[in-house]
Design a protein around this ligand. Structure first.
Ligand code: BG6
Length: 804
């Protein structure tokens, strides 16, 4: 039997306890009834962003919410002394403005109230945080209020985040029952690693739901309207929003301003980190994601965004074109006191081609572009639809709403540009869109104004009834806990996962220099084909910044020399790839003419990707129908695994050309549901297939690479297999994962009529130097064993690998 509780046996204790509980309950109820206060603490309150946008955003929040039973206190804080800070804040508060439709008397009254409720204080030491918290508690109690929450808005450089976070967490959290929201401004790291580090540090102080990472593009009215627009127009868009109908998507942010005055920040970040990794990527996911059933559920939106990230195809070096306005390096030298010889490689302009590997978007190019010092300031997303119509009537009879021959497009006009205001535009020949009529109105006619090839009158065009700046919108969303307008940790890291490899591969890329403004002419125009982006105009004469040994423009032509006693072709990467592709095509044409077929063995990895793309897009006379494709080596992973060499070949070449499938010979690494098991005799089977189809086992052309340790194919210094002997195909072990490999043996490679070794990138510089000096020692450097018995060996090296 359970013992009776102690207090039940003693009635007076029981009564006292009941009375105490009633008092507590009552006072709890009373506390619930007390008017509620939210305290907002703006850190960095005297800074640029705060002065330009944040105070105005806070005032806007006050105007929106004050009549709805909320009390507010605004604490502007910074490191600046109290006196100086107060002076700055007083000026900022004086300059605040009300919406145009508010009576001036009412505005003045509310502004005076807001000024009364705002204070400045220095927030520097841990004690300052303790004092702030105490003061808030005392004020709340004194005024008979109940604190429902605190917002800390960190408008400070990211290096200050961790200290501030520690102080907030240890001494400035609001009392029980009240919430905490901490708002953070970008940059959130410099790459995946640093973003992860910062996220972990912040995660040790705050819960995920307490953090609001701002991307101010998510507060732009038109960007915030993308998902609601897709939702409200589901019926019309369902059949259109996919690869069958969309020709391409352009996500663009052009600026006329340059980076002067900000070069210390810009030099570290550059255009990709500054705006593509965040603003344009956020917009991309809003356009590309599968539409959640409930677009106002932050959880569903996040989940769909993350799925969109997963479907993004990895970017290659050739997915990007980079530029830098000519005055930039001079500005950096001045602002950062660099020597006269200093040249920056930081891009101020970038065009990126993104592909999304899912059923909806397969094959649709998404072009992301942004730059400083361009001819106009404008941001937009343009969804251009395919047009397969042929109109018989002459153009003068075309009617915007009916003609299928006019361009069909949806434009989320984010701001500025010729239209001068945010708008959503839908070609009249598509459908009449639905937008919330209380907040969006039809744009008034502007005779003579053309946008994206059409007069404005050819669009259904809507703009916000009341324009609101991004920060005001976001501050309101923070207050209302609308987390879908902010960047979560997962979302942030997914974006860095996508961008970091490209940033790494572009670290030494020389951008194209442009004069700036209208003078840019067509210099920065670019075009894409087969996953490959390039400037439309050839490289104009320009000096290449870099070490003294860097070739000058006069050296731009292909350099001919010898390397290990064999011919060497060296050039800038694009020319080199073009040259190699041309040589392979010539060999193919010759072989088909003589023998009726061409046996080509290709290596995997990243170097040949550009070559595959070049072959896929630029070589229409290539005799693919008579070409047999073999693999030089393979990783022991299933053929559909992204790490599989065959998968790379499939993605970058095979799916773009017409090689009969019975001419394609993947290595049999995956047999009987096992990977490279000796008993399955995959290597022997491949050797037999080669012997059966390739006369004397002599491939017409074998394409090899060279690893930084001197390996070639999958013949590694640490793994003796395949360096000599009878075996044509061998299983080997790689020092890096996946360790198990299958490879053509050195003797088989050396039977080829021609062997081309492609070596690209600065990373290969050291091994290229070393191998140039060593003799034939395949056990140490398998590549040094490549010397065709009677065929020809040609080295193809780019300048980075050859000259450093
Ligand atoms: C900021 C970038 O995030 O966005 C700036 O750091 C850029 O370099 C700015 O100028 C552009 O924003 P908006 O709102 O003017 O398009």
């Amino acid at each position: 039997m359970l013992a009776e509780p102690h207090f039940k046996r003693r009635p007076c204790v029981w009564k006292m306890l009941m009375a105490a509980m009633c008092v507590a309950l009552l006072s709890g109820l009373q506390a619930q009834d007390l008017p509620r206060q939210v305290s907002i603490i703006l850190l960095g309150a005297t800074g640029d962003l705060a002065r330009k946008y944040l105070w105005q955003g806070l005032f806007h929040l006050y105007l929106e919410e004050v009549g709805k039973g909320h009390h507010f206190r605004f604490h502007g804080t910074a490191l600046t002394s109290t006196e100086q800070g107060q002076e700055v804040i007083a000026k900022v508060l004086e300059s605040l403005s009300c919406p145009g439709d508010m009576a001036s008397g009412h505005c003045a009254e509310l502004k005076a109230q807001f000024q009364q409720l705002s204070e400045y204080r220095q927030l520097k030491t841990p004690e300052d945080y303790v004092a702030l918290s105490k003061d808030i508690e005392a004020q709340v109690e004194h005024e008979g209020l109940r604190e429902t929450g605190r917002i800390f808005y960190l408008s400070v450089p990211p290096f200050a985040y961790v200290d501030i976070a520690r102080n907030i967490n240890s001494s400035c959290r609001p009392g029980p029952g009240a919430w905490l929201r901490v708002v953070l401004e970008k940059p959130f790291g410099h790459d995946l690693h640093s973003a992860q580090q910062l996220a972990t540090e912040l995660g040790s102080f705050f819960q995920e739901e307490e953090m609001y990472r701002v991307d101010h593009y998510l507060g732009k009215q038109v960007v915030a309207q993308i998902l609601p627009f897709r939702d409200q127009n589901r019926a019309a868009l369902d059949g259109l929003w996919n690869r069958h109908h969309v020709e391409r998507v352009e996500i663009v942010m052009k600026e006329t301003l340059d980076a002067e005055g900000r070069t210390s920040f810009y030099e570290e970040y550059g255009v990709i980190r500054d705006v593509l990794q965040n603003h344009l990527t956020e917009v991309l996911t809003l356009v590309a994601m599968e539409l959640p059933v409930n677009v106002s559920s932050p959880e569903s939106v996040l989940q769909h965004k993350l799925q969109a990230f997963q479907a993004l195809r990895s970017l290659q070096r050739h997915s990007a074109v980079l530029g830098q306005y000519q005055a930039y390096s001079g500005q950096v030298r001045r602002e950062l006191q660099k020597p006269d010889s200093f040249h920056s490689l930081t891009p101020t302009f970038a065009g990126i081609l993104v592909h999304i590997d899912n059923l909806r978007w397969e094959g649709v190019p998404f072009i992301l572009m942004s730059g400083k010092a361009l001819d106009e300031r404008v941001s937009y997303v343009r969804i251009l639809f395919k047009n397969q119509a042929f109109c018989v009537q002459s153009e003068k009879h075309w009617v915007a709403a009916q003609s299928h021959c006019l361009p069909r497009q949806i434009i989320f006009y984010i701001g500025h540009g010729e239209l001068g205001s945010p708008a959503v535009l839908v070609s009249r020949n598509l459908f009449q869109p639905a937008l919330p009529s209380a907040s969006w109105k039809e744009v008034e006619g502007r005779p003579g104004l053309h946008l994206f090839g059409l007069p404005l009158s050819d669009y259904y065009a809507y703009s916000p009834v009341r324009e609101q700046d991004a920060y005001s919108l976001l501050i309101s969303h923070i207050f209302h806990c609308r987390k879908d307008s902010f960047v979560t940790t997962e979302n942030l890291l997914a974006s860095w996962v996508f961008w970091t490899p490209l940033l790494d591969s572009l670290a030494h890329e020389v951008p194209r220099f442009y004069p700036g403004g209208a003078e840019n002419g067509q210099l920065l125009d670019f075009e894409f084909s087969g996953g490959h982006l390039s400037f439309s105009q050839p490289l104009p004469e320009q000096l290449v910044p870099g070490p003294d040994s860097a070739p000058l423009p006069s050296d731009f032509q292909v350099l001919r020399a010898k390397y290990r006693e064999s011919p060497l072709i060296s050039a800038w990467p694009e020319e080199l790839i073009a040259r190699l592709a041309g040589d392979i095509e010539a060999a193919a044409v010759r072989a088909v003419r003589r023998f009726g077929k061409f046996h080509l063995a290709l290596s995997g990895g990243s170097s040949p990707v550009a070559l595959f793309q070049q072959l896929a897009t630029g070589h229409y006379s290539f005799p693919w129908a008579h070409t047999h494709l073999w693999l030089v080596d393979e990783r022991c992973v299933p053929l559909w695994d992204p790490e599989s060499n065959f998968q790379g070949l499939q993605t970058h070449l095979l799916q773009h050309v017409r090689v009969p499938h019975y001419n394609v010979h993947p290595m049999p690494v995956h047999r009987r549901q096992r990977l490279c098991a000796e008993e399955d005799q995959g290597a022997q089977a491949y050797a037999e297939e080669i012997s059966a189809l390739v006369t004397n086992g002599s491939f017409d052309l074998v394409l090899l690479g060279m690893g930084t340790d001197g390996h070639t194919a999958s013949l590694f210094p640490q793994s003796p297999a395949g360096l000599d002997g009878e075996q044509l195909v061998v299983l080997t072990t790689s020092p890096s994962s996946p360790h198990r490999r299958m490879s053509l043996s050195l003797p088989l490679i050396n039977r080829a009529r021609k062997v081309a070794v492609l070596v690209m990138g600065r990373m290969k510089r050291e091994i290229a130097m070393l191998v140039s000096r060593v003799g034939r020692d395949p056990k140490k450097w398998p590549i040094s064993g490549v010397l065709p018995d009677s065929g020809q060996l040609v080295w193809y090296m780019d300048y980075d690998a050859f000259l450093g």
